[in-house]
Design a protein around this ligand. Structure first.
Ligand code: RIB
Length: 316
């Protein structure tokens, strides 16, 4: 049976406005028209992995409202198994308010809505879906208690677990020790480790995850496993919106790992997917397919045959 990616995480509707520059605290800026997209880190990562060819199941909660039904339908249209997405009759669907400035930087505030009601019921649902060799993927837009419970139980069942610790929140030592892969951006790495991002990767790896990946935006990524750390070079693109670039990275990494690709090659492929997502506005609207990656980066770009040798990755 083909291994799958099981995502336990958030689903949001994103409300986006493009602005000439992000406002400083206390200021107002006039932007363009209001855009809405399907989003949420969990749903984005599910779609990212599915577009790159993985079989994906999503577990999470929305409100019983138009937004919830629409974003669930969008997921199903991508081939994601949404039988684990339930409705909360008393709480609205999660929403994200996003400002994007020229050059792609953004500011995001999330109203979690039904994502905040994810608990042990969804944890059990996600665990029951896991088969040998599947990967469980989580983020921190659902309650940390549910995430920690799922991570530790999944690891004790022998499953591979990937945590994207975004947005940053304190993670207990038993959870860190249960992880196959921890993925964080620079800010999250610094928040978790308390030291600069490039050194944070190896410091976090010493706390127990089999591998730690720190994404560095236009500077690529660092992969730390055991005693070794590698710099994974960036993909040069014209970035217009960084929203969901990290989700494309995590989805790409999960898709490559379930296909049996080694971690170094998988991180290189994830970097490729993340860079591609930054070239398009929106969250799920920006997530690339395999064909998109070939068009952007050359005909040999694929999970199983990255078009640049991983030997090109530099030890730190
Ligand atoms: O990572 C991007 C996502 O963060 C957006 O889609 C938004 O919903 C927030 O959750």
């Amino acid at each position: 049976m083909t291994p799958r990616v099981v995502v336990l995480g958030s689903l949001n509707r994103d409300h986006v406005v493009q602005v000439p520059r992000l406002p400083a605290p206390g200021y107002t800026v006039i932007g363009g028209g209001l855009l809405t997209f399907a989003g949420g880190k969990g749903a984005n990562q599910a779609v990212a992995a599915a577009r790159l060819g993985a079989q994906v199941a999503m577990v999470g909660r929305t409100g019983d409202d138009d937004a919830g039904w629409a974003i669930t339908a969008a997921l199903a249209a991508e081939g994601v198994d949404v039988s684990g997405v339930s409705r909360d009759p008393a709480t609205p669907t999660g929403a994200a308010l996003i400002m994007i400035e020229r050059g792609g930087q953004n500011l995001i505030a999330v109203a979690p809505g039904a994502n905040a009601t994810v608990g042990e019921t969804e944890v059990v649902d996600a665990l029951e879906r896991l088969r040998p060799d599947d990967i469980l993927v989580l983020q921190l837009e659902i309650p940390v208690r549910a995430v920690e419970s799922a991570v530790q139980q999944a690891a004790s069942l022998g499953a591979r677990v990937m945590l994207n610790a975004a947005p940053a929140a304190p993670i207990g030592p038993a959870t860190l020790r249960s992880l196959d892969v921890l993925v964080v951006n620079e800010g999250e790495a610094q928040a978790l480790a308390g030291i600069p991002p490039r050194e944070a990767a190896s410091a976090l790896a010493r706390r127990g995850p089999a591998a730690v990946v720190v994404t560095l935006g236009k500077h690529g990524a660092v992969l730390s496993q055991g005693q070794s750390s590698l710099h994974v070079p960036p993909r040069a693109v014209h970035a217009v919106d960084a929203t969901a670039a990290g989700d494309a990275f995590v989805g790409g990494l999960a898709a490559a790992l379930v296909e049996g690709v080694g971690r170094r090659e998988a991180v290189w492929y994830a970097n490729t997917a993340g860079a591609a997502a930054a070239t398009v506005v929106g969250a799920q609207s920006s997530l690339p397919t395999r064909e998109d990656l070939r068009r952007l980066f050359g005909p040999h770009t694929d999970i199983a045959s990255p078009n640049e040798p991983p030997e090109g990755l530099q030890p730190l």
